[in-house]
Design a protein. Structure first.
Length: 115
């Protein structure tokens, strides 16, 4: 099982980034996919999640209207489109695959929002 995030980087406030999470080794469409983030000195927090078939999604209040989670089950990939980025969005972003008591995590990708 492998989850590999990509797309992080340095962006100015107000900018955009799209994170990708490429999955392998499990039946991707059977798992809820979610994005989480952890800023220095803070606990990891949930950002967004999407159901296996992509029919429903949920967002943290702090990112509603700015971030969009999506998935392409044909490509075994989940995405997080991040718009109107703020300095407080700076964190390591992780993707997670969940099904019941089973979960897998990626290694994380750094997102830094700074001028």
């Amino acid at each position: 099982v492998q989850l590999v995030e990509s797309g992080g980087g340095l962006v100015e406030p107000g900018g955009s980034l799209r994170l990708s999470c490429a999955a392998s080794g499990f039946t991707f469409s059977s798992y809820v996919m979610s994005w989480h983030r952890q800023a220095p000195g803070k606990e990891r927090e949930s950002v967004a999640s999407i159901s296996g078939l992509g029919s429903s999604s949920n967002y943290a209040d702090s990112v509603k209207g700015r971030f969009t989670i999506s998935r392409d089950n044909a490509k075994n990939t989940a995405y997080l489109q991040m718009n109107s980025l703020k300095p407080e969005d700076t964190a390591v972003y992780y993707c997670k695959a969940s099904r019941g008591s089973i979960s897998y995590w990626g290694q994380g990708t750094q997102v830094t929002v700074s001028s």
